[in-house]
Design a protein around this ligand. Structure first.
Ligand SMILES: [Ca+2]
Ligand SMILES: [Ca+2]
Ligand SMILES: [Ca+2]
Ligand SMILES: [Ca+2]
Length: 708
């Protein structure tokens, strides 16, 4: 062997050694020090790519809008897993239908917008609250206020709706923020009254193939029976709903490999639903019953059947089952308003994560909330107080612990065994050790995601500061994750970990000093049959702040016989429409204040406003405008004078008489309605119409836009 060869061999040995050392250092670096981000959901990444290439269609051949975007977080590792429920379960009946259980609110209509995801989410939330409570929450608010980068019409998913709900931005009432009519620009007011505190959302595993797994439907069936309607995803698009949908039987079956593009709510099942009811017969009988958001004119009054053999239904599932009273906790501490963007891990099913918070009042820490990415996740919670370190969340005194197991994937609130007293300005940290069996990314994280390939932002509003969120592989060596050298595309990162506190305030808030009738300076007369307003200066409570104002309206001061006590959130004015007011009668607003501890102030009354109706046409107007009478909402012509002979005629723009609404009779209630039909009983075409009101000595002309 020549010297030259020996030198070459030595060089090889050295290179191998150096490589080994580098690999060793690198693995130490990765596994002992820095968390690894889970791969983002490949279906989401494919969606972004397809979107950038203009391949995404959010409308069926029938013109129905869809609007499902796959989430950033990949939960495909759960596919086919069955939940081990923490309660005893019984065998399923062959059929079950929430329509028979007083567990469903009315079918909604997403109309012209890609908002299926908000409709399916709230269908589940509303259903789970029934039959004890019946609500109609605002999809418009959820879509406008979700906080993500994509627009109103661009779609969304259950991870987004969960983020909006568990950060306590919603739900708000439909009547406070109604769904927009077509052709209006969607917007939402701020400061609306929050109606529930959503504390838990279950993300059920994706369903396995029913053809190969007869238990594939069990988890969904159990959730429907136990909780209510289950949000789920289906495939409808590229015009295919017409190819896969039997509109006579309202039966849908798709067997291809396309991704989910629409969301609905599963509300029941029928094991014996015949395979012959579908366009193409699946391998056997059986169908889920699903609630759609395409109005009652579609399907079986808005419902339809989806075959058990459908290849897509059950892919993304959520149960919005734990909406609690807004008095459950007074305050939420959180750094993750945009929720679960992705997850971190250290190559192990166990990881540690922590947040340091500063109390902003005299409070009691009562509960902790976070996401779990696997079934049967086990947790250990440690609460520390009075730490001085800004880099170690376990600094300070350990003042509380709690351990347990959580059966189902999703967002959960863990109530501490005993509340922990906090004083204003006091530091406290929540430390969680979480084990997610079968999933090596136990740490849920929020950050501003940007897709450089397509130039699309997803969650750019996410922000973070150092000293907030920490992660660790072992609970002793911690990394602050606000800015990270090891993950160049991630900065402004927080862990998804919330804290819930009650207030220790024992004194009631100050009563309102004065209530003004009307929308400005106090008025004493009002010219309306339907609408009263009031406004007032803000109240104060130094300890726990103002949680909400309550108002009522009565015909004597302090009474609430016209409008019973109603929460208006922190708004310092209210306009109540839809009343039936009596001429020459005096109405009084009455107000009280609730603080963060749930204590109420004394009551303050306005000095009243007397209804004094105009006996002319000056206040006449029509609403809604534009209107869509074919959708069941008649056009109302309002503020018509009483004690007069009135004619009301509708003309088209060509000046042709379309309909006579009133021909000289007195208008008893001060309003007239038009059902959108002509004299022949047919709905008029879309367009602008004129209404002409004549009272003998006066005439008023107004425009009505009809849309369909
Ligand atoms: Ca609604
Ligand atoms: Ca954040
Ligand atoms: Ca107080
Ligand atoms: Ca007054």
């Amino acid at each position: 062997m020549s010297t030259k060869f020996m030198e070459a061999d030595m060089r090889k040995v050295i290179i191998v050694l150096v490589n080994l050392i580098l690999v060793f250092i690198f693995t130490q670096f990765v596994f002992a020090q820095d968390p690894v981000e889970a791969p983002l959901n490949p279906v989401f990444l494919q969606y972004l790519e397809d979107f950038s290439q203009g391949k995404i269609h959010t409308q069926t051949a029938g013109g129905q809008r869809t609007g499902y975007i796959p989430p950033t977080i990949d939960l495909s590792h759960l596919k086919g897993q069955q939940v081990s429920w923490p309660f005893s379960v019984q065998a399923f009946d062959a059929s079950y239908d929430l329509r028979n259980e007083n567990k469903l609110t009315a079918v909604r209509n997403q109309g012209a917008y890609g908002t299926c995801w908000a409709h399916a989410s709230l269908a589940s939330l509303e259903s789970c609250l029934m039959p004890n409570e019946t609500w109609d929450f605002s999809e418009n608010n959820m879509v406008n206020k979700d906080g993500f980068d994509w627009g109103y019409d661009d779609g969304g998913n259950h991870i987004m709706s969960t983020a909006y709900l568990v950060r306590w931005l919603g739900p708000v009432n439909e009547t406070d923020d109604p769904y927009p009519l077509p052709s209006t620009t969607p917007s939402s007011p701020s400061g609306l009254a929050l109606k529930k505190h959503v504390q838990e959302v279950l993300f059920l595993p994706a369903r396995s193939s029913y053809a190969t797994d007869p238990t594939a439907n069990d988890t969904i069936k159990q959730a429907v029976m136990t909780y209510g309607a289950v949000y789920t995803s289906i495939y409808t698009n590229d015009g295919s709903i017409d190819s896969y949908y039997n509109s006579t039987n309202h039966a849908y079956y798709y067997s291809g490999s396309a991704a989910s593009d629409h969301t609905v709510a599963i509300v029941g099942w029928d094991d014996n639903y015949s395979s012959s009811n579908f366009v193409t017969a699946p391998a056997g009988n059986g169908a889920f019953i699903a609630k759609n958001s395409w109005g009652t004119a579609w399907g079986d009054a808005g419902y339809f059947y989806v075959s058990y053999y459908d290849s897509v239904i059950g892919e993304s599932n959520a149960v919005f089952n734990n909406a609690e009273s807004i008095t459950n906790y007074y305050k939420i501490y959180q750094y993750d308003p945009l929720g679960w963007i992705n997850s971190y891990g250290y190559g192990s099913t166990t990881g540690w994560f922590a947040n340091i918070f500063t109390a902003t009042g005299s409070e009691s820490l009562k509960a902790v909330g976070f996401y779990t990415g696997a079934l049967n996740s086990s947790y250990e919670i440690y609460i520390y107080q009075d730490g001085t370190s800004t880099t170690n969340p376990t600094d300070g005194s350990l003042v509380g612990t709690k351990t347990g197991t959580i059966a189902v994937t999703g967002y959960h609130t863990i109530v501490l065994d005993s509340p922990i007293t906090l004083s204003s300005g006091q530091k406290f940290s929540i430390v969680v050790k979480l084990t997610t069996p079968g999933y090596n990314y136990p740490i849920p994280i929020e950050y501003p995601y940007y897709n450089s390939a397509t130039g699309e932002w997803w969650s750019s509003a996410a922000t973070a500061n150092t000293g907030e969120s920490f992660v660790s592989s072992n609970g002793s060596t911690w990394s602050d994750i606000a800015s990270q050298s090891f993950a160049s595309h991630i900065d402004d990162c927080n862990v998804c970990l919330k804290a819930y506190a009650g207030s220790n305030d024992t004194t009631a808030p100050a009563a309102i000093t004065a209530v003004n009738d009307g929308t400005g300076t106090d008025i004493d007369t009002v010219n309306s049959r339907t609408t009263l307003s009031a406004n007032w200066p803000a109240s104060t409570d130094a300890e726990s702040g103002i949680a909400r104002y309550w108002y009522g309206i009565g015909t004597t001061a302090g009474d609430t016989d016209v409008v019973s006590w109603t929460d208006v959130g922190v708004s310092t004015y209210v306009t109540k429409a839809g009343l039936t007011l009596t001429d020459k009668t005096k109405y009084y607003f009455t107000l009280k204040v609730e603080n963060g501890a749930g204590l109420l102030s004394a009551v303050t009354n306005s000095d009243g406003q007397t209804v004094a109706l105009a006996n002319n046409l000056s206040q006449v107007y029509s609403w809604p405008n534009p209107g869509n009478p074919k959708n069941g909402q008649a056009i109302t012509i309002s503020e018509l004078p009483l004690d007069k002979t009135i004619t009301i005629k509708i003309y088209n723009l060509a000046g042709e008489l379309v309909r006579t609404l009133n021909d000289g009779e007195e208008i008893v209630a001060g309003i007239a309605t038009w059902d959108g039909k002509n004299e022949g009983g047919e709905y008029v075409a879309s367009g602008v119409y004129l209404y002409v009101v004549n009272s003998g000595d006066e005439q008023k002309v107004g425009k009505i836009a009809i849309v369909k």
